[in-house]
Design a protein around this ligand. Sequence first.
Ligand SMILES: [Mg+2]
Length: 296
Amino acid sequence: MKLLSDFDGVWTHPREESRTQGDLVDAQLVEWSPPELQAEAKAWIADARRRVLAQPDLYGWAPGGRLSCFADEDPFAEHSALLHYIHLHAGIDRIATALHEAVLEPGHESLEAFGGAAHAEAVARVEKSRGPGVLATAADAGRRMLSGGIEIVVVSNSGREKLDRWFAHAQLPHVVHPESVPGSLRLRGGARKFVLDPAHSAIESFGSLSVETARPYYDGILREEMPDAVVGDVFSLDLSLPLVLKRTDPAWRNVRLFWLVHDYTPARVREQLAAHAPEVEPISDGLTGVARELIG
Ligand SMILES: [Mg+2]
């Protein structure tokens, strides 16, 4: 039995990192905008944040301008969606134009690059003050699954060094892919699940949700690993492509898809998946619930 697992939101709850990232993004956007616009920019950003959450199908994590995950799918996506909103309104809206220029000025090559830098800085700050954030319940469930003979490969957009430090802190045995040791997690960081194929689109609809599933890096890893189960907290990033494979490739027919639902999981996504993707199994108690499903 091989479980392919996401990291953030599966082994952690990202509230602290996300709050810090949001504060950092907003503060830097205001600080870098022209002094005469700063008060207006602050109010504009608060309004833009409300707008992206009101229209999560339009805004989200959108590397290169295409939506890879919706604004409301996890606490990080909201910050990416704010930058996506600025990107779409720059050149049209006076404040959006000023904020876009303000981000490029200190040397960020794009809003996306700025978002990535803010994320890394936020995670570093939280790690410094609180320490790494692998949840005790997740670590326990992980240990139980490993000792129960389940192979676990952690496939995450987060970098390998972070995964290494955080699992070490939680005293979970782990090795870095391609090394493989029975009883140890195998880490595949920098997985780029969010990257969409520049030459190809494959939008799949699940009720009112339309999700881009042309994710070449994730596709390569999924086909290479051939897991028996996949677990993630963000449907678009973690589970939409495995679901397509399960529906179209006989080799994937019996693969189980566990979706960890949290306090941030959008009700609208829950409703649409319950109605239109019953293969996705919602789990409300984190990896503990996944361990229960897999080993009892
Ligand atoms: Mg995640």
